[in-house]
Design a protein around this ligand. Structure first.
Ligand SMILES: [Fe+2]
Length: 376
């Protein structure tokens, strides 16, 4: 096999790696698709020695890459796993019911593991991919977003796991009526409003019945629709009477609902949704947490469509680096024609500086593999 030592000239640090890179012992260091600019220790690893093997077959690569499953595939699979588990609250046999706590704990563990790498690609998937059943994708996407912020807030692993589990199960009490409400274009009836107001308590009852005893998990679910100004439900709690985990879930829940279309309204573009959250900051949303939230998911977040100074249109593929620059993959040329292959742009170069958020009239087709590399 032809091992080749990589030098700085072999790598475009803002583009996804075309090949995985290994250390001198053949241990995988960076997966294919990793963006070197997003790795804080890339320069050091490069100095220690990084090697590629371009004769390695795709099969060998897949095996080495721990199954080679991308961030996007992971998110989609998590959603399918959650669907199976939440349905067993209502229709599972006794055996499946007994596995609810461990299935949820394993799912939370896998979400946390995914969030150890590729956060830009994961956020790209959250913002751009709308596949799967919304009810479950919403729960998984909110769990991912909350966990990213929880890491910033230095939650320990146990606290992060409980937060993930609370996100995954907060709305289980609403599952029987969720589809109807999701597709409804008329105002909610009084009965529906009453049902909605009961769902946090109903979720807690179901979780307790399934054997969940964690106080924080249950409290976060019970309080996830409480609001800082006392306008929430079911107990109209205020401010710090609402635990931080519940305030975090409330924020992710509101943001994620905004960036997804409803039967009665279009979706918000990510930056517009963030603005909406900021303007609500003084009333029902926790302002302090909003600041961490916005900083951690990015302004604009990966997956945002932007216009560059040179009039190209591209998609943001990283959060800002220390210099405040973003990686963007340019999709549309200045004359309006699409690039056949997206081109990596660094917004630190003033030709490619972000000039504004682009609101396409028609959806732009984005190939995740081209844009985020194999990790997406
Ligand atoms: Fe809810």
């Amino acid at each position: 096999m032809a091992w080749k030592k990589i030098t700085r000239n072999n790598v475009h640090i803002h583009s996804p790696l075309a090949w995985p890179l290994f250390d001198i012992n053949g241990q995988l260091v960076y997966r294919r698709g990793t963006r070197p600019a997003a790795e804080h220790d890339f320069a050091q690893k490069l100095a220690e020695g990084l090697y590629q093997n371009d004769e390695m077959s795709d099969e060998e690569l897949e095996r080495i890459l721990l199954g080679g499953v991308s961030a996007l595939s992971h998110v989609q699979q998590f959603s399918a796993r959650l669907q199976k588990t939440l349905l067993s609250f209502y229709q599972g046999n006794k055996n499946e019911f007994n596995f609810i706590p461990s299935n949820l704990a394993n799912l939370a563990k896998d979400i946390m593991k995914l969030n150890e790498n590729n956060i830009d690609a994961i956020l790209g998937a959250v913002h751009l991919d709308k596949s799967g059943d919304y009810f479950y994708r919403h729960a998984v996407d909110c769990a991912i977003i909350c966990d990213i912020v929880a890491k910033r807030l230095d939650y320990d692993k146990n606290r992060r796991r409980e937060l993930c589990c609370a996100n995954l199960t907060a709305n289980v009490g609403m599952l029987p009526i969720a589809k109807t409400i999701e597709q409804q274009t008329t105002p909610l009836t009084l009965e529906q409003r009453a049902e909605i107001h009961k769902h946090p308590t109903r979720s807690v009852e179901l979780l307790k019945y399934a054997g969940i005893e964690s106080t924080t998990w249950l409290k976060a679910v019970e309080q996830h629709h409480e609001r800082a100004n006392g306008d929430g439900y079911p107990a109209a709690l205020r401010g710090n009477d609402i635990i931080e985990e519940a305030r975090l879930i409330a924020l992710a829940d509101t943001y994620h609902a905004l960036i997804n279309a409803r039967a009665y309204r279009d979706k918000f573009f990510p930056m517009d949704a963030l603005k909406e959250l900021l303007t609500k900051g003084s009333t029902d949303i926790d302002q302090e947490i909003s600041k961490h939230f916005i900083k951690e998911i990015g302004i604009p977040p990966p997956g945002s469509i932007v216009k560059l100074a040179c009039n190209e249109i591209g998609v943001v593929t990283s959060r800002a680096n220390k210099l405040g620059n973003y990686a963007v993959m340019s999709l549309i040329q200045r004359d309006g024609k699409p690039y056949s292959v997206p081109l990596a742009r660094d917004t630190g170069n003033e030709t490619y500086a972000i000039r504004g958020i682009y609101h396409p009239k028609l959806p732009i087709r984005i190939n995740f593999l081209d844009v985020f590399g194999a990790v997406a």
